[in-house]
Ligand binder design. Structure first.
Ligand code: FAD
Length: 344
């Protein structure tokens, strides 16, 4: 399970850095009000005075990467992806890769530090780290976001400091029969990492459904992210299915993406109920489950990652400092319990 120290570390930073959000939270509104009242320079000073156990971590270019220090990495590629997002690849010297490969078991992330203002945020290496030390990220730029704007401005060849790996959730091959992943926007990145790892072996015997939503078709994950997931769905039709949703089609006429139907509307009660109760998209299981069966013997898990409002509506809001908080929202109304739900 989670190493307590890393878990606390991740939560400590993420309560100030949570940013799969596409909407402003009350915390941000409070921050904005404070900024207006006190003035920007005082607010910046206050920000730097806030306790932060991590941004003061030392930098080492000789020790293997570890959450206790930053490691300089080179930005080796930066390309525009779907609306307001980029695919960035950073490389650490391969000799700084730790030998313990289980450190890279899903789901893990690294903190990236904005050197200009000494602030760090967590990001999810899509395919983990390869033997040459490359890590690829899909990163959304927030108009007022500190680190994401800084990252989008970095040029190939420049240095970026990373700190990690930090485990955000632990996978177990045989712990669940049915897993429903629900993501919004760049919240799909941890699920991409998880799915690619799980289906690189063949010991997982259960089934996984990914329900992903973006606001518009143009904001759906770029091909670097979506194509490998579609490939997984094609190769594992009895174990993995993927459903895409958009809030609206906007100007787009096309109602499908690479042959996959795009559904309009939010991921709500009906969609989740159908995902759990209908086996129709798992060909080998057709007929085994009736649509009304509650399948109550199955060990089912929901993982949710996305904008705070989406997480709140589906699984109930986070608790203090982004602890899990009680289950709420759609999943509670469908009768699921806390042990079946994890908010990433
Ligand atoms: C474990 C984990 C993994 C993650 N992985 C990824 C990933 O792979 N890819 C990815 O893109 N993101 C990822 N994130 C989110 C990421 O860590 C950042 O939170 C995100 O990039 C925003 O950081 P920021 O510094 O740019 O924005 P922040 O400065 O933290 O701002 C966050 C939000 O507040 C808004 N905001 C900021 N200032 C103001 C203001 N004055 N008034 C109103 N609103 C304001 C911003 O517009 C933005 O919506 C991950 C988060 C976690 C917890």
């Amino acid at each position: 399970m989670l190493k307590p120290s890393l878990h606390v570390l991740a939560r400590h930073v993420s309560h100030r850095a949570r940013g799969f959000a596409t909407t402003n939270t009350s915390r941000m509104q409070k921050a904005t009000t404070t900024l207006l009242i006190v003035g920007s320079s005082a607010a910046v000073a206050a920000y730097f005075l806030l306790p932060d156990i991590s941004r003061g971590a030392p930098t080492s270019d000789t020790k293997p990467i570890n959450p206790s220090h930053f490691t300089p990495a080179e930005l080796v590629s930066s390309t525009f992806a779907s609306n307001g997002t980029k695919i960035l690849t950073v490389a650490i010297p391969p000799e700084l890769l730790p030998t313990e490969r289980d450190l890279f078991a899903p789901i893990w992330s690294v903190f990236i530090k904005d050197d200009d203002i000494q602030v760090e945020r967590p990001y999810t290496p899509l395919d983990g780290v390869d033997k040459d030390g490359n890590m690829k990220f899909w990163i959304k730029r927030y108009n007022h976001g500190e680190v994401s704007r800084w990252l989008h401005s970095k040029k190939v060849g420049e240095t970026i400091e990373i700190r990690g790996p930090v485990r955000t959730w632990s996978w177990k091959d045989d712990a669940w029969d049915e897993i429903i992943l629900i993501s919004g926007g760049t919240g799909v990145t941890p699920f991409y990492q998880l799915l690619r790892t799980v289906f690189s072996g063949n010991s997982f015997k259960g089934r996984i459904t990914l329900l992903h939503s973006s606001r518009l078709p143009s904001e759906l994950p770029p091909p670097d992210v979506l194509d490998p997931l579609l490939e997984l769905a094609r190769h594992n039709p009895d174990k993995f299915r993927l459903k895409l949703f958009v809030d609206s089609f906007g100007e787009t006429k096309d109602r499908s993406f690479a042959g996959v139907e795009i559904h309009q509307g939010r991921i709500g009660k009906d969609v989740i109920w159908r995902a759990v109760h209908s086996a129709s998209n798992f060909p080998s299981l057709r007929g085994l489950f009736s649509r009304d069966s509650d399948n109550s013997d199955r060990k089912i898990l929901f993982l949710i990652c996305g904008p705070e409002q989406m997480v709140g509506a589906i699984a109930g809001p986070y608790g203090r400092n982004y602890s899990q908080g009680p289950i709420g929202g759609v999943l509670q109304s469908l009768g699921y319990k806390s042990h079946q739900v994890w908010k990433l």
